[in-house]
Design a protein around this ligand. Sequence first.
Ligand code: ZN
Length: 504
Amino acid sequence: MPSSDNGDRPAAIALREHLAELADLGAVTALLGWDRETMMPERGAAPRGELTATLERLAHARAVDPVLGELIEAATVEAQGPGAEPDDAPIARIARRDRDRATRIPSELVVAIAHATAEALPAWTRAREESDFALFRPHLERQVELRREVAACFPEAAHPYDALLDAYEPGATTASLRDVFARLRAGLVPLVEAIGERPEPPPLAGPFAIDGQRALALEMARAMGFEDDAWRIDDAVHPFAQAVARTDVRVTARWDESDFSGIFAVLHEVGHGLYEAGIDPALDRTTLGTGVSFGVHESQSRTWENQVGRSLAFWEHWYPRARERFGRSLADVELGDFHRSINIVHPSLIRVEADEATYALHVILRFELEVALIEGTLAVADVPAAWNERMRDMLGIEVPDDRRGCLQDIHWSCGELGYFPTYALGNIIAGQLWAAARAQLPGLDAALAAGDCAPLRDWLRRNVHVHGRRLDPSELIERATGSALDPDPLLDYLREKYTALYDL
Ligand code: ZN
C-alpha cells in the first residue's frame, strides 16, 4: 500500500525537492532559448549567452552535488521499503543515470567542447557559404577528437559510439542500429527506385497566402490538442517545439508562400508539444517529467506530420477548408491530385527537404560516417568523398558541391555526434505505433476524415506520453506495439501508400 505519510519517505521527498530545482533551472534555460529564437532583439545575443552560461553552471553544480548522490543512494534503498510510492524507484533510477553521465564527463572536457563549438560554428557558416570543406575540416577534427574523449569516459560500452548515442537514445547500441538501418535501407532503396520509374505528379502551384496558412494550421493544431490557454505558436527561422511546462508549450513555425511546408512543420512541432503536454501530472518537476528519448520524441512529430498529415483521410476533412482559404490556387486541384502532390518522392540533396521515402537514407548515410569517424576508420579529410559516394549508392544522385553535401547540417559543428540516428528511429517508431494504433482503433481513418484527432491523440497519450521517462525506450516500444524496434511496419506502410499513389 502506498503511504500517504511522508514520514516514511524522507529521502524520496528530499530527492524530489532537489530534482525539482534542477527541473526548474532546465525550464528557465529552455524559456530563454525559446525567447532567443522568437523575440530577442539582435543585440541581446551576448548578454543572453552569459545568462544561459550562468544557469547551466548552476544546473551542472547541482547535478554533480555530492548531496544529490547521497539522496539517490538513500532513496534507492527506501524505494524497496513498504512505505514507498510507485514512482520513487524510477525517479531514483533515472536520477542516478543522469548523475552518472554528468559526473563521468570531466568538466574540463565539457568546457573544451563549448569552446570548440564556439569556434566551429562561425567556421562552419563560412565554409558552407563558400562551399569550402577545408575551412571546416580542422574544427570537425577537433570535435571528433573531443567526442572520442567523451566516449572514453564510458569504457564499459561495447562500442565507443554507443556512449555518444546514449546521450540521445538511452539503451540504443551501434550494433542494433546497424542491423535495423541495414533492413530499412534494403527496403527503401528498391522502393525509391520503383517510384522513380513512374511519372511524377505535378507539384502544387501556389501561391498560398501566409495569413491563410497560419489560420488553417492553427485550426488543425486545435483539433490535435493545442489549447489556447496553454500553448503558443510564434515564428522562428528554424521551427522547433519547447515545453516550459505541461501547461506552457511553445511551438514555432516558418512559412513559405509557394507550398504547404509551413503547415506540415506545424503538425510536426505540435506532435512534439503533445508529447510533453500529455505526461502524467504526477511527474511534474521530477526527473521523469519529459520525453524519454530523441527517437521517441521524433516518433510523435512524425506520426502527425506524415502518417496523419499526409494521409487522404486527414485531408478529406481539411481540404475543403484549404480550398475555402486558397480558392484560386486550388480551384483546379481535386483532392486526389492534392494528396499526390503532398506525397511526391524525389531523391534530393538536402535532408530537411527530403520526402517521407528518402528521408531515412540521408540519416543512415550520416550514421555510417559518424561511426567510422569515431572508430577512426574514416579520416575527416575523406568525409566529402565518403558522403558523395553514399549519395550515389543510396539515392542515385551526384553531389555538386559540399554546401549541398557534407556541410549542410549544423550538428557536427556543435559536436553532436550520435544525434542523427534518432531522426530515423523516429520514423521507424512512428511506423510501429501507427500500425498498433490502427489495429486497436478500427475507426481511426473515419475519425480523421471527420476532423476528429482525439482517438489517436488519446491512444498516443495512454501508450506513450503519460509515461514520461518511467519506461526506457525499448520497454515503451515493446509495451505499446507488442514488439521490439522493427523497421518492417514503416516499410509496409510506405509500400502500401506508394503502391496506391504511384500505381506500382
Ligand atoms: Zn522533430
